[in-house]
Design a protein around this ligand. Structure first.
Ligand code: FES
Ligand SMILES: [Fe+2]
Length: 368
């Protein structure tokens, strides 16, 4: 097997697990905006319990712990746009400040420390709530997805899936095409080329990604478009051009845009991973298409198909023995070639090598 000369060393010095400290300074999806109401909801992110609710026109996110005795705030009742703890009734305003302690006489001053612990940032973007637990690391951004705000595209959400897997390995899987003929033989993979095309991997524009910790990978090839009705009518050739554009934004935001050049359709699938704990992730996935002419039934079929594809991937991921993504970094110890997480990279792994490189740089930056 050819190894890529320019590739990163195959010996890792950092194993990125789902709750690595560097991830506290990155953005992660925690819920769909449509699932958030004024009623508090508990979610997990990087091993932390959070409470999420809507107040006025804003989504509020706090650590899910009452400042008094730590009772979970997702069990609170809603009052004046804020939350009243179910244990001793402390009332918190929408900004998290305690405004009433029922056990104290009304004229007693409320300790300034009596407030819900805030997270570093909350943003809503294309139907998802993103949270950064600590201050965002310079160079880390939210994902960018032009199709999501393009009125010519329809969106279809996949169900949110919870899976026992490693977020870094899920990102690796999404960027990898060599597994198609093997893992996806039951859906679309049987006819796919086993040889991986020559992807053009770019860290700067040309793709989309904003920020330093992002890249795009593009590839154009001919394929047999048997689903194009114009082929049967003799209006278009069977062999048509397909452009693939992978867009990656750290840590675990991915999208694949497929442009069918002759048939003039675009399909995009976005894939946003929430690392809940060291063992579990939730996956938020949406497809955007501009070739369905508003046909909801066809969109439902497309969503069901992508769900089957995703389940094929998860069967593999849930069988991985080690739930870490090995990253390059300084200080590889001598003899580490026998490290149990050591990997071999080939020229077919360009996109997934870039993933490791970007995340390795991000972890190094967070340690500065
Ligand atoms: S634990 Fe919440 S008011 Fe006491
Ligand atoms: Fe796959």
């Amino acid at each position: 097997m050819d190894t890529v000369k320019a590739s990163i060393k195959s010996v890792p010095s950092i194993n990125l697990n789902n709750t690595h400290m560097a991830l506290r300074r990155c953005w992660h999806p925690v819920a769909r905006c449509g699932d958030i109401s004024e009623l508090p909801m508990g979610v997990l992110l990087l091993g932390e319990n959070l409470v999420v609710f809507r107040s006025g026109d804003r989504v509020r996110v706090f650590y899910d712990r009452c400042a008094h005795r730590g009772y979970p705030m997702h069990k609170a009742s809603v009052e004046a746009g804020g939350l009243r703890c179910a244990y001793h009734g402390w009332l918190y305003s929408p900004s998290g400040a305690c405004t009433e302690i029922p056990a104290l006489p009304g004229d007693t001053a409320i300790p300034s420390r009596a407030r819900l612990r805030q997270v570093g940032g909350v943003e809503e973007r294309f139907g998802l709530v993103f949270v950064c637990l600590d201050e965002p690391l310079p160079g880390v951004t939210l994902p960018v997805l032009p199709e999501a705000s393009d009125a010519t595209f329809m969106a279809g959400d996949l169900p949110v899936l919870r899976t026992r897997s490693c977020a870094g390995l899920l990102a690796d899987n999404f960027l990898d095409t060599a597994h198609f003929p093997f893992v996806h033989a039951g859906t679309f993979g049987a006819g796919e080329d086993k040889v991986v095309g020559s992807f053009d991997v770019r860290r700067s524009p040309g793709g989309t990604p904003a920020g330093e910790f992002a890249f795009s990978a593009s590839y154009e090839h001919l394929f047999a478009n048997r689903e194009d009705p114009a082929v049967a009518k003799g209006e278009r050739p069977l062999n048509q051009t397909r452009r693939l554009l992978y867009r990656y934004v750290a840590p675990f935001h991915l999208s694949l845009r497929i442009d069918y050049v002759e048939a003039e359709g675009t399909n995009t699938i976005g894939f946003f991973v929430c690392p809940e704990t060291d063992e579990y992730c939730r996956i938020f996935s949406t497809i955007w298409r501009n070739d369905l002419a508003g046909d909801e039934a066809r969109m439902r079929q497309a969503v069901d198909f992508e769900l089957e594809v995703l389940k094929e991937d998860l069967l593999i991921q849930e069988s991985m023995a080690t739930l870490v993504l090995p990253l390059p970094g300084p200080g590889n110890p001598p003899g580490a070639a026998r490290h149990p997480a050591a990997e071999i990279h080939t020229r077919a792994d360009r996109t997934t090598v870039e993933l490791r490189r970007v995340l390795g740089e991000l972890v190094a930056r967070s340690a500065d």
